[in-house]
Design a protein around this ligand. Structure first.
Ligand SMILES: *Cc1c(COP(=O)(O)O)cnc(C)c1O
Length: 314
C-alpha cells in the first residue's frame, strides 16, 4: 500500500529527533506542565519570545483551544472554502457557527474568529502576505485572525514575524508535516502573550507528552538542516508531479505545500479505484478533486499509474 493521503513526511524525521526518541527513558512521572523546553525551542526557531508561544497535542489541539478561548457559543467563525476539514468541526464542537466566507469579504464579515490556512489544505495555494496584512489592519479589537501555517516549511514564507506587531494574530504551526513527527502529536502557535494566556487557561496543562517534547526540541534545535533539505526534495518532487498531471490534461492550482490538488470530476470514485490498486489519496467534493501527498519518485510513479488506470475505467 502506498499512502499519499495525509501530507506527512515521506522521508521520515530528522535523525536528531529519532535519536531523542531512542534515548528517552520511560518515566512514571508527569511531563512538564506547559512544555517550557518546547516553548523555548519553538520561540528560538521562529525568532520570537517564549511568552509568545503555546503548545498542544498537535496543532489541532491548539486550534480547538483557541476557538474555545476566544469565541463564544453562537458567534461566527469565518474561513474561505475549501479549507482544512477540521475547522468547521472544531467550530461546531465549541458551539460556534462555521461560516464559509470569500477571502475578499473576511475583513467586513464581522466574525469573531477568522481562520486562514496558508498554504491552504487541500488546494496547496498560499495566501499573499499583503492580503493578511490588509485584513489585520481592518479587524477590530474583539476579532482574531488565525493563520494556520502547517505547511510553512515547504512554502519558505511565513507570517510569524507579524506577531510582535499585531495583538489580533495567531499563527499555528505543527511538528507533524515537515518535521515528520505526526505520531507524537506536537503543535504550537505564536501570538501576543495575552492571547497565549487566554488559550492556556482554557486548555490546561500536560497536553504534550515527555517523549514528544524531547523529540520536537531535538528536531527544532538540531534537525533544521535535515528538515530544509527534505522540504527541498519535496518541492522538487512536487514540481515533477505537477508536470505529470498537466501532461494528463489536469490543471492543479499552484501548490506551495507537500501535496498537489488535482481537480477532476467523480473524484471519490477515482480515489476508490486507486485504492483498489493499493494507492491511497484523499478525495474531495466541492470542488471535486484528489489530493496527492508528494513522496519519493517511485511511489509517485506508481500513484500516477494507478490514477491512469482509475481514469481509464470511468
Ligand atoms: C495536518 C494539518 C494540521 C494538523 O496538524 P497536527 O499538528 O498533527 O494536529 C493543521 N492544519 C492543517 C491545515 C493541516 O493540514
Amino acid at each position: 500500500m502506498i499512502d499519499l493521503s495525509d501530507n506527512t513526511n515521506a522521508w521520515g524525521m530528522p535523525p536528531a529527533a529519532r535519536r531523542a526518541i531512542a534515548e528517552s527513558i520511560p518515566s512514571p512521572r508527569y511531563p512538564s506542565a506547559y512544555a517550557d523546553a518546547l516553548k523555548a525551542a519553538a520561540a528560538d526557531y521562529l525568532g520570537l519570545e517564549p511568552q509568545m508561544i503555546t503548545t498542544g497535542c498537535g496543532s489541532d489541539d491548539v486550534l480547538d483551544a483557541a476557538f474555545r478561548a476566544l469565541g463564544r457559543p453562537g458567534e461566527r467563525l469565518a474561513y474561505p472554502s475549501p479549507t482544512f476539514a477540521m475547522v468547521p468541526i472544531f467550530a461546531a464542537a465549541n458551539r460556534m457557527t462555521p461560516t464559509p466566507t470569500p477571502l475578499a469579504d473576511l475583513a467586513t464579515c464581522g466574525a469573531r474568529i477568522i481562520y486562514l490556512c496558508s498554504p491552504n489544505n487541500p488546494t496547496g495555494v498560499p495566501i499573499a502576505r499583503a492580503v493578511v496584512e490588509s485584513l489585520l489592519a481592518r479587524v477590530t479589537s474583539d476579532q482574531v485572525v488565525i493563520v494556520d501555517e502547517a505547511y510553512a516549511e515547504f512554502a519558505g514564507a511565513s507570517m510569524t514575524d507579524l506577531v510582535p506587531r499585531c495583538d489580533r494574530l495567531i499563527v499555528t504551526r505543527t511538528m507533524s508535516k515537515a518535521f515528520g513527527l505526526a505520531s507524537l502529536r506536537i503543535g504550537y502557535c505564536a501570538a501576543d502573550p495575552a492571547l497565549i494566556d487566554a488559550i492556556e487557561r482554557v486548555r490546561g496543562p500536560f497536553r504534550v507528552n515527555a517523549i514528544g517534547e524531547r523529540a520536537a526540541v531535538a528536531g527544532l534545535r538540531d534537525g533544521r538542516d535535515w528538515m530544509s533539505a527534505h522540504a527541498a526534495k519535496a518541492t522538487e518532487a512536487r514540481e515533477w508531479l505537477v508536470g505529470e498531471l498537466q501532461a494528463r490534461g489536469l490543471n492543479p492550482p499552484p501548490s506551495a505545500a507537500n501535496f498537489v490538488f488535482a481537480p477532476m470530476p467523480e473524484a471519490a470514485s477515482i480515489a476508490e479505484r486507486m485504492l483498489a490498486r493499493a494507492v491511497r489519496v484523499r478525495a474531495f467534493d466541492e470542488p471535486s478533486g484528489i489530493r496527492i501527498t508528494v513522496s519519493a519518485p517511485e511511489q509517485m510513479a506508481a500513484a500516477l499509474n494507478a490514477l491512469d488506470e482509475a481514469r481509464r475505467c470511468e
